[in-house]
Design a binder for this molecule. Structure first.
Ligand code: NAI
Length: 344
């Protein structure tokens, strides 16, 4: 099995090493290919996401990606296209997703007994659309004291993410898909997103569907986390709602994710590069480990994926070796050892 690796920065290299150890411990013969990104790619290829890097990512097809630090207010990046034209993206993370044609970011978030308190039964998959919305980065200044951004919504992208969500729900035995939006204010953009969702929902009479305003949904998930099952949302709402859900279950370090496209998939945690704890050896690697489990599940190894997930659950619920974000004092390495022991 061939897996591309983007080690990222901040806590990236620490949690990547942990994830590679756990996936190797499943007994699969994995050929890891380190692919340079950001500064490393600049050194090697002269650009943080050089065409050569994009080509290697496309060829790898399945990639484990650790978080990347993106500088606030100056993260824009321009990539040369095969036809010589240029595309500018708001950040390196956004550029990777869009250069690879990745369109949905499923973020499964589950509570754990004894760690997640009243949210132990939370079990939500956030399906975040990742090609459009305000994150396309089409913004500009209007003089010195004003600026505006475009929020893009198209039928094609809204239908595609809705269909993916219902198919996912059907395949994984999920009962309901909820659309989160603000169509009472954003009549045209979120209105279109919601209309497309409803059209697709009609094709899946076996799956319940409903919708909720994003602000009401934030309130509802705190009050009654079991209210939600699969939720589908535009880029920004999905980004924020999934971090909220991760906070409710106890840590961003428990929220895995993937970026899925027609020909490639990049598996990454929901969290960022956590520069505040980088290099201290105390980062929680579980979100990336669980992202790796999802990679196995979608690559023909569901039993091995289940083994990793079960081991993670055992370690957390028995509080065997928890990192400080989960109230323990274990190191990244001790937590990783505990997961590997639990698998064995
Ligand atoms: P963050 O998610 O990196 O950190 C938020 C808080 O959660 C921090 O206190 C951090 O210590 C904690 N945390 C996050 N992951 C953790 C883990 N695995 N174990 C233990 N604690 C963890 O968000 P922040 O601080 O807003 O962003 C830091 C950098 O990461 C920024 O440059 C941002 O642009 C980047 N970022 C990158 C992402 C990506 O590569 N996909 C996603 C989000 C942010």
């Amino acid at each position: 099995m061939h897996i591309g690796v983007l080690k990222g920065n901040g806590i990236g290299p620490e949690i990547t090493a942990a994830t590679q150890r756990v996936l190797d411990a499943t007994g699969l013969d994995i050929k890891w290919e380190d692919i340079p990104i950001a500064d490393e790619a600049v050194t090697q290829y002269g650009h943080p996401l050089a065409p050569e890097v994009v080509r290697r990512l496309r060829e790898a097809k399945r990639v484990i990606k650790a978080p990347l630090i993106v500088n606030k207010m100056q993260g824009r990046i321009t990539c040369v296209q095969p036809d010589g034209s240029e595309a500018t993206y708001p950040s390196l993370n956004n550029a990777i997703r869009r250069e690879l044609g990745l369109f949905v970011n499923p973020r499964p978030i589950r509570g754990f007994r004894d760690v997640s308190g009243p949210f132990a039964e939370l079990d939500i998959v956030v399906m975040r659309e990742i090609t459009e919305d305000v994150y396309i980065g089409l913004e500009h200044r209007i003089g010195e004291h004003a600026a505006e951004a475009i929020k893009l919504t198209t039928r094609e992208a809204a239908v595609r993410v809705a269909r993916y969500s219902f198919e996912y729900a059907r395949e994984r035995g999920r009962r309901r898909v909820s659309c989160l939006h603000k169509a009472n204010v954003l009549n045209y953009t979120d209105g279109l997103f919601l209309r497309c969702f409803r059209e697709v929902a009609d094709e899946y009479p076996d799956i319940e569907s409903d919708d909720m305003m994003i602000d009401a949904a934030c309130y509802a998930v705190v009050r009654d986390p079991r209210r939600f099952d699969v939720v589908v949302a535009a880029n920004q709402y999905g980004d924020i709602f999934s971090d909220l859900a991760a906070g409710l279950v106890g840590s961003l370090g428990l929220a895995p994710g993937a970026n899925i496209g027609p020909t490639a998939a990049v598996f990454e945690a929901s969290h960022g590069a956590a520069p505040d704890i980088a290099g201290k050896g105390i980062a929680n690697p579980l979100a990336l480990v669980l992202s790796g489990a999802e990679l196995l599940a979608t690559s023909g190894h569901p039993a091995k994926a289940a083994r990793v997930r079960e081991a993670v659950r055992t370690v957390i619920e028995t509080r065997t070796a928890l990192t400080p974000d989960l109230g323990g004092d274990a190191t990244t390495e001790q937590l990783t050892d505990a997961v590997i022991n639990a698998m064995e």
